[in-house]
Design a binder for this molecule. Structure first.
Ligand code: AP5
Length: 225
């Protein structure tokens, strides 16, 4: 990465369940010193903490449905007020509906442009990935293939994510096509929108995402990476 200029780098990751949004946003955020804001992680933490919001969100998540726009817009709006987002952020899992996308535009008024990356992966590959996924039951991290029984970070037990069962995955994909896919059209004509092939080894996807963000950001006259 080059020198950090005063322009912010605001990245939105789109893609269906299992496309690799979490994997790639974690890598990009870490290597570029930006906060990763993953709405699925925020909700799972609230479920674990047993808050009222967590209990309501958990029911929607376990059914493969979306949590309400009001709740999500409130969560992300508050998070984007925190000072660590001043130089930018990587948003993973938000927006997921057109009202959420409109709300994000309103929050971003007067801040740098959004660079929007849509990760494309064939459905049969998504199904295979989600069926195979294990996460740590304690810290929630996605387990890479070389962690066979326990978490390499905290030693916790590796488990299936509760919403990765066959029936729930099918519903998450239906919900994606019905409610989230329209925001690809919403962003599609912006000069900072890019599509990348997510059906490649993770390091290759990382490199092409870096290149896409670099190029889109330059087009927008934004931060130089
Ligand atoms: P969320 O946690 O965001 O789930 P998701 O969008 O369904 O995404 P996933 O985490 O399943 O997949 P991913 O694209 O991040 O892929 P990953 O990198 O993990 O949301 C969960 C729920 O919360 C929603 O269903 C909803 O109820 C609620 N919610 C969240 N945000 C909301 C919002 N804004 N509005 C309303 N409700 C909201 O990778 C998946 C697997 O594939 C991993 O095992 C990984 O190791 C593997 N993998 C990744 N990349 C590759 C690759 N290139 N090659 C091979 N394997 C790969």
């Amino acid at each position: 990465m080059g020198q950090r200029p005063d322009r912010s780098l605001n990245v939105v990751m789109l893609g269906p369940p299992g496309a690799g949004k979490g994997t790639q946003s974690e890598r990009f955020a870490r290597t570029h010193g930006l906060p990763k804001i993953a709405t699925g992680d925020i909700l799972r933490d609230a479920v674990k903490a047993g808050t009222a919001m967590g209990r309501a969100a958990g029911a929607a998540m376990d059914a493969g449905e979306l949590v309400s726009d009001d709740v999500m817009i409130g969560i992300v709006g508050d998070r984007l007020k925190r000072p660590d987002t001043k130089l930018g952020f990587v948003l993973d899992g938000f927006p997921r509906t057109v009202p959420q996308a409109n709300a994000l535009d309103a929050v971003m008024d007067g801040r740098g442009p959004l660079v929007v990356i849509d990760i494309v992966v064939p459905e049969e590959v998504l199904l295979r990935r989600l069926a195979a996924r294990r996460i740590c039951g304690s810290c929630g991290v996605n387990a890479p293939v070389d962690w066979t029984t326990s978490c390499g970070k905290c030693g916790g037990e590796l488990v299936h994510r509760t919403d990765d069962s066959d029936g729930i995955v099918a519903e998450r994909l239906r919900v994606y096509h019905r409610q989230t896919r329209p925001i690809v059209e919403f962003y599609g004509r912006r000069p900072t929108f890019r599509t990348i092939d997510g059906n490649l080894p993770p390091d290759v996807v990382t490199a092409s995402m870096d290149a896409a963000i670099r190029e889109a950001s330059a087009v927008a006259g934004g931060v130089r990476l």
